[in-house]
Design a protein around this ligand. Structure first.
Ligand code: HEC
Ligand code: HEC
Ligand code: HEC
Ligand code: HEC
Length: 402
């Protein structure tokens, strides 16, 4: 088995155990206080049972009729994911009809699980590439200070002698904790501190690991973090002295709710690393202690930052009204008596607990909707995630009016 393949297999194992772990933690890694409380691990099962996997691979495993849902970057919230699913229905129908596959109906629970699963594919991240990593050891100048396969500098420790298993999170954590030390040397030697983007950290980790003797993989390597603990850690580590969350906290650094954290766990760790030099400088001038992390703490903080972006802001019911009027919904549906009678009255569609209830209902009715759309020569009503929350807000307000 090549190292890359090994890593890939290992990665899938990680995904499996990691998500199982989250499952036993009561799925607390799913954003707190939100409507999508289901375990991503259960979502993986739905993904299989409903036949999604026959057309979609996740990081190379599965069918190739639809896009690989691991490779594609998902931008944003649960509802933006729901919107991708909704907007792809017409194409999916065509493929299913051609292949004589039944349409997968979903319960609201199924939909919740699927959305949680899809949201966390992104978080776990993609497998590393040893070949790219070995190149990075040079271009990021790790080799100036560290030895790899008998080559390189001796200013830093020989990483191949490390006894414990090196996950990409444990590598960033180690670098983070040694950060101030490393910064001093960087400065003395006139070396620009390395910055990381994309899969670079994962690639580097696979490369560094290839120089280590294989070690047992500890269970904490699968720790994907608990967001609820992450919130407290932001306080205790002093992050909130400079950063706010939704307006509460310091104003020196960006408010975390305004930062794009739609990245994998290691990419977010990379962002933290990239800002270490400036942060450390500011902290030293204010005589603050540098915040070191255990691996678990780092995982908790990062999962918290990641989960910040999964929930949708509340919809705008006025904007939702416009969508319902302008996207032809009323050429089939009635609404409190006005509009067409070909489809149920949108004021009476039953309880809408949250936007997921709405999209589930729409999903299950889609085959019938599609037939009617064709008869009336109307186009599929594409909806963005934001438009969905707006439509939800509107229909909910209409249902409430007596
Ligand atoms: C019969 C094959 C088929 C099945 C089954 C299927 N899909 Fe798809 N899916 C596709 C195709 C083809 C596309 C690309 C569609 C397009 O271009 O609109 C797609 C696109 C998507 C997208 C958008 C991806 C992107 O990057 O834009 C998502 C999300 C998605 N599918 C999720 C699902 C889920 C969840 C299920 C199971 C409930 C599922 N699909 C079942 C064929 C399928
Ligand atoms: C300018 C020299 C220098 C460069 C360049 C450098 N390091 Fe280091 N590194 C060090 C030193 C010195 C330490 C030990 C710091 C300490 O003891 O606090 C260290 C520590 C580490 C550790 C922690 C080791 C452990 O066992 O805890 C890791 C992991 C690491 N470096 C990875 C890297 C990677 C990956 C790169 C390239 C992106 C890199 N380093 C670039 C000097 C450097
Ligand atoms: C002394 C003030 C200060 C402290 C303490 C601080 N930060 Fe920052 N942070 C900043 C500033 C300023 C920036 C803006 C980017 C830069 O200049 O590096 C930033 C940027 C960031 C970014 C990158 C945001 C982006 O846009 O990519 C992350 C992630 C981050 N901080 C996380 C943390 C975490 C986690 C902690 C606690 C361990 C923390 N910060 C503590 C000042 C601070
Ligand atoms: C071409 C006709 C047509 C258009 C346009 C249309 N629908 Fe529908 N819709 C239907 C039909 C028919 C049903 C019921 C299908 C069934 O019984 O399976 C339905 C069902 C629904 C349901 C589920 C109702 C229930 O009782 O569970 C919702 C919610 C819904 N549509 C929302 C919308 C929204 C929002 C729009 C505009 C963006 C829209 N529809 C546009 C024909 C349409």
């Amino acid at each position: 088995m090549t190292a890359e393949k090994y890593h890939h297999t290992y990665f899938l194992l990680t995904l499996f155990i990691g998500i199982t772990w989250m499952f036993f933690q009561g799925a607390s890694a799913v954003a707190q206080g939100d409507y999508c409380q289901e375990s991503p691990w259960k979502g993986k099962k739905v993904f299989k049972e409903k036949g999604c996997i026959q057309c979609h691979a996740v990081y190379g495993r599965g069918g190739d009729i639809g896009p690989d849902l691991g490779k594609k970057k998902f931008y944003g919230t649960y509802m933006q994911l729901a919107s991708l699913m909704w907007n792809h229905l017409p194409r999916m129908f065509t493929v299913m009809e051609n292949r004589k596959r039944p349409f997968p109906k979903l319960t609201e629970k199924d939909m919740n699980k699927l959305l949680a699963y899809l949201a966390f594919i992104r978080y776990v991240g993609e497998p590393g590439n040893e070949h790219r990593g070995v190149k990075l050891l040079r271009s990021k100048r790790c080799i100036v200070c560290h030895q790899f396969g008998g080559e390189g500098g001796t200013i830093g420790p020989d990483l191949s002698k490390r006894k414990e298993y090196l996950s990409s999170l444990s590598m960033v954590r180690a670098m983070w904790n040694h950060g101030p030390q490393m910064q001093k040397i960087f400065r003395k030697q006139g070396i620009e501190p390395p910055e990381f983007s994309g899969t670079e950290i994962v690639d580097l980790t696979v490369a560094v690991r290839s120089y280590m003797s294989p070690s047992r993989v500890p269970s904490r390597a699968f720790n994907l973090g608990e967001p609820s603990k992450g919130r407290e850690l932001l306080e205790s580590k002093g992050c909130t002295r400079c950063h706010a969350v939704a307006g509460k906290g310091g104003t020196v650094g960006p408010d975390f709710t305004t930062v794009d954290f739609n990245y994998s766990v290691t990419q977010i760790a990379g962002k933290m690393w990239n800002h270490l030099p400036r942060m450390w400088e500011m902290m030293s001038s204010e005589k603050m202690a540098f915040p070191e992390f255990t691996e678990e703490e780092m995982a908790d903080v990062i999962s918290y930052l990641y989960a910040l972006k999964l929930n949708d802001p509340p919809g705008d019911s006025k904007a939702g009204k416009k969508i319902v009027e302008q996207r032809n919904c009323l050429s089939c549906h009635s609404l409190r008596g006005t509009g067409s009678k070909d489809a149920p009255d949108l004021a009476k569609i039953g309880p809408l607990r949250n936007p997921v209830s709405l999209i589930t209902k729409m999903w299950n009715h889609a085959p019938v909707m599609k037939k009617q759309l064709e008869k009336k020569s109307l186009r599929w009503p594409w909806l963005s995630g934001k438009e969905m929350t707006n439509v939800y807000a509107y229909l909910q307000s209409v249902a409430k009016k007596k």
